[in-house]
Write a protein that binds this ligand. Structure first.
Ligand code: SAH
Ligand code: SF4
Length: 386
C-alpha cells in the first residue's frame, strides 16, 4: 500500500503551526518540529526525543519526513559526486556535490527538463516535464547534507542544476527561504547563488524579495542575433532589457553580479565578442565566469581552443574585469555544467536516449549569424588584438 502520509519536507513554520493546531498541541511544538527537520535534520519521529511519545505517535500516523530518493550516485575522479533522484511520476533529476578546498558546493535542480531549451545545454534538449516542489528542491540539499562526510567545511549552494529557477519562481523562493532561515538550515543568502538565463519579470520580482541570493546571469552572447539562437527567450527579453534589469538589481555592499559566459567555438568567442562583453557590463558591479563549452553528443557545438579562451579572458582582464575560467568538475561522470539530464550513463542510456538533437537549420542559422556579425578577428589569428 502506498504511504499516504503527508511529507513535511518543504513545509514552512506557519504550515507546521497550522498542522500542530489541528492536533490541539501548543504552538511552540511547531518550532521544535521545524528545527528537528531543518536544523537537526532528523528523519524519523523516534529521533524527536524533545516531544512526548504519544505526540510522536500521532505525528507518525499523519506525517513523514522524506527526502527525494537517491536512485544512484556517481563519483568522479576529482571527488565531485552526481546524484540521480527519483521524483514522481517516474522522473529523474540531478544534484551535484562539488568538494573544493575549504568549502563544499551543492548544485541543485528546480525543474524536470527546461522549457528555455538552450541550444548548448543537455537539460534543454529534454522535454520540459514539470516544476519541482519546494520540498523536492530543499530535499536535495538535505539529502546531500546527509551524505556529506564533514560538516565543518563551509557550504555554498548554487541553483544551477536542471531547470530555469525563475520559471519555477514560487517553489524556488520558498526553498530558498527555508534554506536560509536561521532557525532551520541557516545557509546565509550570501552563500546561495541563483543562476538564470534571463527571465526579466522574475528578476524584477526577485529584486523586491526580503531574502535575495547572489545572482548569476547566463549571458552567453553579446549580440541579440546570436543570443536569440542560443537562448530562445532572448527574443522576449533581449540583451539590452536583461542588462537594464541587472542595473536596477539591488546589490548589498561587496556583492557583485556574476555573468556566466559559455564559450563556444566560432559562435561567441571572438575578440569582438570580448570587447562587446566589456561594453555591456561596464558600470555594473560584476565578475565574469568564462565556461568553455562542455561537449556532449547531444550538443553539436565545441569549446574554443585554449589560446582562444586565454585571449578572450585577457581582453576582459585588460579592462579590469574579474574574469575566471571555470574548469569542468566531474566531467567524467557527466556532472559538469549543462550536462544534467537524469542519465544513467555518462552520455545517455536506454531510457534516456538523446531526445531532441539540435536542428540542423538552427545550427546553420547560428553559423550564418556569427559570420555576419564577427567577420574579422579570431583571437588565434590576431593574438595582439587584446
Ligand atoms: N537555467 C539556469 C541555471 C541552470 S544552467 C541558467 O541557464 O542560468 C547553469 C549554467 O550552465 C548556465 O550558466 C548555462 O549557461 C551553463 N551551461 C549550460 N550548458 C552548458 C554546456 N554545454 N557547457 C557549459 N556550460 C553550460
Ligand atoms: Fe535551461 Fe539553463 Fe539549460 Fe538554458 S542553460 S536550457 S535555461 S537549464
Amino acid at each position: 500500500m502506498t504511504d499516504r502520509r503527508f511529507n513535511l519536507v518543504g513545509a514552512g513554520l506557519e504550515e507546521i503551526e497550522a498542522l500542530v493546531a489541528e492536533l490541539k498541541e501548543p504552538r511552540y511544538r511547531a518550532r521544535q518540529i521545524y528545527a528537528g527537520i531543518y536544523q537537526r535534520r532528523w528523519r524519523s519521529w523516534d529521533e524527536f526525543t524533545d516531544l512526548s511519545k504519544p505526540l510522536r505517535q500521532a505525528l507518525d500516523e499523519r506525517f513523514v519526513i522524506e527526502y527525494p530518493a537517491v536512485h544512484r550516485s556517481f563519483t568522479s575522479q576529482d571527488g565531485t559526486r552526481r546524484y540521480l533522484f527519483d521524483v514522481p511520476p517516474g522522473h529523474r533529476v540531478e544534484a551535484v556535490f562539488i568538494p573544493e578546498g575549504k568549502r563544499d558546493t551543492f548544485c541543485i535542480s528546480t525543474q524536470v527538463g527546461c522549457a528555455v531549451a538552450c541550444l548548448f545545454c543537455v537539460t534543454g534538449r529534454l522535454p520540459m516535464r514539470r516544476n519541482l516542489t519546494a520540498g523536492e528542491i530543499i530535499g536535495q540539499v538535505l539529502a546531500l547534507q546527509a551524505d556529506r562526510s564533514t560538516l565543518s567545511k563551509r557550504l555554498n549552494v548554487v541553483i544551477m542544476g536542471m531547470g530555469e529557477p525563475l520559471d519555477n519562481y514560487d517553489n524556488t523562493m520558498k526553498a530558498l527561504r527555508l534554506m536560509s532561515d536561521p532557525r532551520g538550515l541557516s545557509i546565509s543568502p550570501r552563500r546561495i547563488t541563483l543562476s538564470t538565463s534571463g527571465v526579466v519579470p522574475g528578476l524584477e520580482r526577485l529584486a523586491r524579495e526580503p531574502v535575495i541570493p547572489n545572482l548569476a546571469i547566463s549571458l552567453n552572447a553579446t549580440t541579440d542575433a546570436v543570443r536569440d539562437l542560443l537562448i530562445p527567450i532572448n527574443k522576449k527579453w533581449n540583451i539590452a532589457t536583461l542588462v537594464e534589469a541587472c542595473r536596477k538589481f539591488p546589490l548589498e555592499r561587496r556583492r557583485r553580479i556574476t555573468f556566466e559566459y559559455v564559450l563556444i567555438e566560432g559562435i561567441n568567442d571572438s575578440a569582438e565578442d570580448a570587447r562587446r562583453l566589456v561594453a555591456l557590463v561596464t558600470g555594473l558591479k560584476k565578475k565574469v565566469n568564462l565556461i568553455p563549452l562542455n561537449a556532449d553528443p547531444w550538443v553539436p557545438l565545441r569549446p574554443p581552443s585554449e589560446e582562444c579562451i586565454a585571449a578572450f579572458q585577457n581582453i576582459l582582464i585588460d579592462h579590469k574585469i574579474t574574469a575566471i575560467v571555470r574548469r569542468p568538475r566531474g566531467d567524467d561522470v557527466s556532472a559538469a555544467c549543462g550536462m544534467l539530464a537524469g542519465r544513467e550513463q555518462a552520455h545517455g542510456d536506454s531510457s534516456h536516449p538523446p531526445p531532441r538533437p539540435a536542428r540542423a537549420t538552427a545550427l546553420a542559422r547560428l553559423h550564418a549569424q556569427t559570420l555576419a556579425i564577427t567577420p574579422i578577428i579570431r583571437p588565434e589569428r590576431a593574438p595582439s588584438a587584446r
